[in-house]
Design a protein around this ligand. Structure first.
Ligand SMILES: *Cc1c(COP(=O)(O)O)cnc(C)c1O
Length: 358
């Protein structure tokens, strides 16, 4: 079976060398030495001042909302993974959906102002497929209405915009280091902050809200991660340029073969350094998407409906919103297999099956 993704595994001996260190240190978690080294290396790689390595890419979204004391309405995108919306709901805030741009599939900045109410406190937007949101427009609106901006940058690792890591934008930015992402630590995530005054708070929120045995500040959560996960990150981080280069090669083969008369891709900002995180294609209709999906599955190829469904249509949303662009794209999009080691002849075979069924 060729799946939409396959986790990257580093050299086994290198990982085992770190495991020996963990045995020698006898510190398995709680801000251990490998975790601290990984945080330093990530900060250097991303060019950011403050970054906290956490348990996953969902808890960091929750910590972000908590740190900024967001309690009411959060303007967000319907075209993302459900973790984005779920974190808003889990923090007892109200997601307010704003439809996406039909070209980039990111939240449409022109529609944000109309969704602002006296209860709006924040904008939580996703850089979909690693393609940057309209960060300048969003920042302008946020400044005008005193809103906070949180970017779900789960797809953004390795992307630079205007010469800066995409993860450095917003009041807070979060990333996922799940096994399926461009850079991974098995499970993991990070929160990146540009606000020096939030640093202590973020550190405390990640670890139960207390310092030592006596100083209990507020109700934190367990957002920590372990030395074993940090070790995987230390092995994988130096591989990121090679991982991105290998992903680009897959991209180039699909780009060359797929039938662009009948297929569409999101518009990717040409000024960025991209990470080639996903290969989504949009079909002419839902029926075509289903036909292609069935043909691929018959050949033991499993693309992913990513993203589907449009999050505003989830049955547990507190309010009803209409987001016609997002709902339409979600019905017609498939993300194609893309990972390090996917061979050209497989990519050609996948492309031919798709072209034949358009
Ligand atoms: C993967 C992902 C998440 C969740 O990350 P986890 O580490 O799996 O918790 C959140 N948002 C988006 C857009 C994602 O793709």
């Amino acid at each position: 079976m060729i799946n939409v993704t396959k986790a990257f595994l580093p050299d086994r001996e290198e990982y085992i060398r770190y495991i020996h260190q963990i045995w020698d240190n006898v510190q398995l978690t709680n801000n251990g030495p490998l975790l601290q080294t990984l945080e330093e290396q990530l900060k250097a790689y991303l060019g950011v001042d403050q970054l906290y390595f956490c348990g996953n890419g969902t808890i960091v979204l929750q910590i972000a909302l908590k740190a900024l004391e967001i309690k009411k309405e959060v303007i967000t995108t319907p075209f993302s993974y459900c973790a984005t919306t779920n974190s808003i709901l889990w923090e007892n805030c109200t997601p307010v959906f704003v439809d996406i741009d039909p070209d980039t599939f990111n939240i449409n900045p022109d529609l944000i102002e109309a969704a602002i109410t006296p209860d709006t406190e924040a904008i939580m937007a996703t850089h979909v497929y690693g393609n940057p949101c309209a960060v300048e427009e969003i920042e302008k609106i946020a400044r005008q209405y005193s809103l906070r901006v949180i970017y779900d940058s789960a797809h953004g690792f390795g992307v630079t915009l205007n010469g800066r890591s995409l993860l450095s934008y917003g009041d807070l930015s979060t990333c996922s280091f799940h096994a399926t992402k461009v850079f991974h630590t098995i499970e993991g995530g990070a929160i990146i902050s540009n606000h020096p005054e939030l640093h202590e708070k973020l550190q405390l929120l990640r670890a139960f809200g207390h310092r030592g045995d006596e100083e209990y500040k507020f109700a934190g959560i367990n957002g920590k991660n372990s030395e074993f996960h940090a070790a995987m990150g230390l092995c994988n981080l130096p591989q990121v340029p090679a991982i991105i280069a290998a992903r680009k090669e897959v991209f180039d083969v699909y780009d060359a073969i797929l039938d662009w008369e009948r297929l569409r891709k999101p518009y990717i900002n040409p000024t960025i350094e991209y990470n080639y995180a996903y290969y989504p294609v949009v079909f002419e209709s839902e029926a075509t998407m289903r036909r292609v999906q069935a043909a691929l599955l018959q050949n033991e190829i499993a693309p992913r409906r990513y993203f589907y469904p449009s999050l505003n249509t989830l049955p547990f949303m507190p309010r009803t919103y209409s987001c016609p662009v997002s709902e339409d794209i979600a019905l017609r999009v498939l993300s194609l297999p893309l990972y390090v080691g996917l061979e050209s002849k497989e990519i050609e075979r996948i492309s031919q099956i798709i072209n034949k069924n358009l």
